[in-house]
Write a protein that binds this ligand. Structure first.
Ligand code: IMP
Ligand code: MG
Length: 188
């Protein structure tokens, strides 16, 4: 699939590159204020958050430890089952550290809930969860501390978000045409 086809598969653009850039800056401002003078461990949830993470980290003004985790979600394809397996753990110890988890999108909220609970057992000084997007239907989710945009309850691609590993490198966030997916296979 070439990028021209990728663009063609997008029903509508919901946030363009310029809007995303401004939002990343405003999220970074919150983190810069909250964690000024500290050195947090900032973890990217691969692969969906990778582009957001790279942009966000470059807007952070304090020294950080960059780290990466990977999760896989089991169950049927169209909705997260909440049974999440950590397939790549942190390299850093987080006990006594300020720990920030960077996600791409909160849909059912089960993944972020699992991650928070699991990392809490390692007794960090604090856990802060950050997500670029939260689906409209889950806006009152208590497990995400800082989020960027509210997304419609459609299937979203671009800026790191994929469908079957396509569309991640689109520079904008858009809604995928329903005819482009059969069952929504979520790949983190
Ligand atoms: P949750 O556990 O239902 O909140 O789902 C979280 C994960 O599912 C995200 O980190 C994404 O990787 C994936 N996901 C959920 N909704 C979408 C979407 O609309 N587009 C692409 N990936 C999604
Ligand atoms: Mg993900």
């Amino acid at each position: 699939m070439n990028l021209l086809n990728s663009n063609h598969d997008v029903e509508r653009i919901i946030f363009n590159a310029e809007e995303i850039k401004a939002k990343v800056k405003s999220i970074a401002d919150i983190i810069n204020t909250r964690f000024k003078g500290t050195r947090p461990v900032v973890a990217c949830v691969l692969k969906g958050a990778s582009i957001f993470y790279a942009d966000l980290c470059r807007e952070l003004e304090m020294d950080i430890d960059m780290d990466y985790i990977s999760v896989s979600s089991y169950g049927n394809n169209s909705k997260s089952s909440g049974i999440v397996k950590l397939t790549k753990d942190l390299d850093f110890e987080i006990t006594g550290r300020n720990f920030i988890i960077v996600e791409d999108i909160i849909d059912s909220g089960l993944t972020i809930k699992y991650l928070r609970k699991m990392f809490q057992t390692r007794k960090p000084k604090s856990i802060t969860t950050v997500s670029m997007l939260v689906k409209e239907e889950n806006i009152s989710n208590n497990d995400v501390d800082i989020y960027g945009f509210i997304a419609p309850n459609d299937f979203i691609v671009g800026y790191g978000l994929d469908y079957a590993n396509h569309y991640r490198n689109l520079p904008y966030i858009g809604v995928l045409k329903p005819e482009c997916y059969n069952d929504i296979g979520k790949e983190s």
